[in-house]
Design a protein around this ligand. Structure first.
Ligand SMILES: Cc1ncc(COP(=O)(O)O)c(C=O)c1O
Length: 389
């Protein structure tokens, strides 16, 4: 078992999560729990792979390794029980780049693109920044405290100018791990209305006990002709800074169209560091993902016990996947501003506020629990101190 209890000081490394957020806040007072990367070291096999590249001392252009696609095929087969072909896999530096290229390629200015709120904001930017019309239905809270797709609402908003749906599975920030029945219904909706379906599966390797990730690639039938799945080893192995992701597109014509669009955008090459990581991560480091999942599940249990001692009126949404917790704090604070004032200025903790994820979710907060237990204990200590001040 690797040591996930070690607290590593990431300040001073230009970490987006720590230094970026400190710079935005104008001080270094807060525990940073916003941006979705984890405060854990990478697997030693990945460190060795990077070291080999560094020590070679020539950092020229890289060409994609044949093991890249093979790693994706074997990961989807062994971890997620779905058979894909290596030729379906395309490389992209980042999922947010893929979203932008796909929106530009499969729709025209003025066309509608559906993306549920709450959303990961760059997916919204991919639509809004390209003069498409973002149609953003909210996920709805069911009686059992879980978020769900409102299919009736979807039927009421779709029309002939709707070309694409962007869907996140498992979902960030609600953490929903969609069931097969939900995915099938969504697929049927997209087929019925002739929408392309862009499914972002980057959070697929983290699931809470009792939940199983099902890939949209495993939903048989005509949706496969209109499907673009994007994914990355970045979240699973905590290597986000290495900008390496991929698309899986079963339909030959669609894949060719998207591949050409990447060429036109000048996004043909990979980078030598990410390339080296991809040769190792999916083939040799599955154990790392298992160990991180155990740590996250224990952190989730710890906070589910502890948070109500400070926020008795909070609704802690059941975590189904990812290393995030999604809290409804509307009964604790009169406004989101009051919530942020308490968290940032009094408790010195940075969580991402609900309005960051689009409209309808003011007063919610997303907490990143991909950190050592000691960080969560310090967070609880700060919350208690601020509450009793
Ligand atoms: C749903 C989702 N998609 C994509 C990303 C980022 O992926 P990339 O760094 O490959 O653009 C994130 C990161 O938080 C995410 O939560």
């Amino acid at each position: 078992m690797l040591d996930f209890s070690k607290v590593i000081d990431r300040r001073g490394t230009d970490s987006y999560k720590w230094d970026g957020s400190d710079r935005a806040l104008g001080n270094t007072e807060c525990i940073q729990m916003g941006c979705a990367d984890m405060d854990f070291e990478a697997a030693p096999e990945l460190v060795d792979a990077l070291r080999a590249v560094v020590e070679h001392k020539v950092y020229g252009y890289a060409t994609l390794s044949p093991e890249f696609a093979q790693g994706v095929v074997s990961w989807y087969s062994t971890r997620h029980h779905v058979a894909i072909k290596p030729e379906w896999v395309l490389h992209s530096p980042r999922i947010v780049v893929s979203a932008s290229v796909v929106v530009r390629t499969l729709s025209q200015a003025g066309d509608k693109v559906i993306l549920h709120t709450p959303y990961y904001p760059p997916l919204d930017s991919a639509t809004q920044s390209q003069e498409r019309v973002a149609v953003e239905p909210p996920l709805v809270l069911r009686e059992d405290g879980r978020f769900a797709i409102d299919f009736e609402q979807l039927e009421s908003i779709v029309d002939e100018s709707t070309k694409l749906m962007i869907f996140v599975s498992p979902h960030n920030p609600t953490t929903r791990v969609w069931t097969r029945a939900e995915l099938e219904q969504l697929a049927a909706f997209c087929v019925k209305h002739k929408l392309y379906l862009f499914v972002d599966e980057i959070h697929c390797d983290f699931t809470a006990p009792g939940h199983e990730f099902i890939s949209m690639l495993d939903i048989k039938g005509p949706i496969q002709e209109r499907l673009i799945v994007v994914n990355s080893a970045a979240k699973s192995f905590n290597i986000m800074g290495c900008a390496i992701s991929y698309l899986i597109i079963p339909n030959d014509e669609l894949r060719h169209t998207i591949e050409q669009a990447f060429v036109k955008a000048g996004e043909e090459d990979t980078n030598i560091f990410g390339n080296a990581l991809m040769k190792v991560a999916y083939q040799k480091c599955g154990y790392y993902v298992d160990e991180v999942n155990a740590v996250i599940n224990a952190n989730d249990e710890f906070l589910r016990e502890q948070l109500p001692t400070v926020f008795p009126k909070a609704k802690i949404i059941p975590r189904e996947g990812s290393y995030l917790m999604w809290l409804d704090l509307r009964d604790e604070f009169a406004s989101e501003q009051e919530m942020q004032d308490f968290l940032i200025n009094k408790a010195h903790i940075f969580w991402l506020e609900g309005s960051h994820f689009g409209s309808h979710f003011d007063g919610y907060a997303r907490v990143n629990i991909g950190c050592p237990r000691a960080t969560l204990e310090e967070m609880m200590r700060r919350l208690r101190a601020a509450k009793s001040a």
